[in-house]
Ligand binder design. Structure first.
Ligand SMILES: C[S@@+](CC[C@H](N)C(=O)[O-])C[C@H]1O[C@@H](n2cnc3c(N)ncnc32)[C@H](O)[C@@H]1O
Length: 234
């Protein structure tokens, strides 16, 4: 399966899919923390049409999460842009999509999530409600319910990289994604049954030819695929 892990600098979900044998790539504006030759450094919106089978996206939540509600009135423009970014990911031409975000305003501005999970359902004894909006994917099933209900990420000391530590996907959740969403799942194109051909002769147009994943892009010495550099060279 060709898997795109959008908005991921840590490489945690990408590596879980790689370990399960998939052709997995991460993409972020930042370089990957794990610096492997499986990261595309650039704007994910430019690569959504590269023929992926599955996308798991972790869009920025600082202007969307309920935890920042006290500043909402000061950042309406940023909020609007953040919502439009999520909409763009949601309508990407990819058959299977999971969008991850904390509890926040997406529920009212787009729609309610399909699922809310907790780390303690996946082997990590802590709490952090995490929502998923799913397209052609089943809800993630808990893999290891453990004790512990500490809000670890809220207790992290102030530091320059605190946001990074807070936003990294936990390995137990990443492993569950790879094991459960890495399986084939049926594609539902419509929420209602298709009309019978005699009543509706409209033809469904054939899918557009997708661009290929990043095999034609060149890597920098760090092994990171940089969209800007690739564009300048061509
Ligand atoms: C909440 S963090 C997600 C971190 C992720 N869970 C991980 O483990 O690495 C959101 C990330 O989205 C990235 N981002 C923001 N806009 C982006 C864009 N247009 N294209 C790609 N990545 C983007 C940010 O750089 C940031 O690293």
């Amino acid at each position: 399966m060709k898997v795109l892990v959008a908005c991921e600098f840590s490489g945690i979900v990408r590596d879980a899919f790689l370990a399960a044998g998939h052709d997995a790539w991460s993409c972020d504006l930042l370089p990957s923390d794990s610096c492997q030759d499986r990261h595309i450094c650039g704007d994910v919106r430019e690569i959504l049409g590269w023929g992926w089978d599955l996308m798991i996206a972790h869009p920025p939540c600082q202007h969307l999460a309920t935890s920042g509600a006290r500043w909402f009135h000061e950042k309406q423009h940023e909020q609007h842009q953040a919502i439009e970014f999520v909409r763009c990911l949601m309508v990407a031409p990819i058959p299977h999509i999971a969008i991850e975000n904390p509890v926040g305003i997406l529920s009212t501005h787009i729609r309610k999530p399909d699922q809310v999970i907790q780390p303690w359902q996946f082997g990590h004894g802590e709490t952090k409600a995490t929502c998923f909006w799913l397209k052609n994917l089943p809800p993630l099933q808990p893999t290891a319910i453990v004790a512990g209900r500490r809000g670890r990420v809220h207790l992290l000391p102030e530091s320059r990289d605190r946001w990074k530590e807070r936003s990294k996907t936990l390995p137990g959740i990443a492993a569950a994604m790879a094991a459960q969403w890495g399986q084939p799942h049926p594609i539902q194109l419509s929420l209602i049954a298709p009309p019978s051909p005699s009543k509706n002769p409209t033809q469904i147009p054939p899918p557009k030819t997708a661009k290929t994943p990043p095999s034609r892009k060149r890597s920098n010495p760090c092994g990171i695929w940089v969209l800007e550099n690739a564009r300048r060279r061509t």
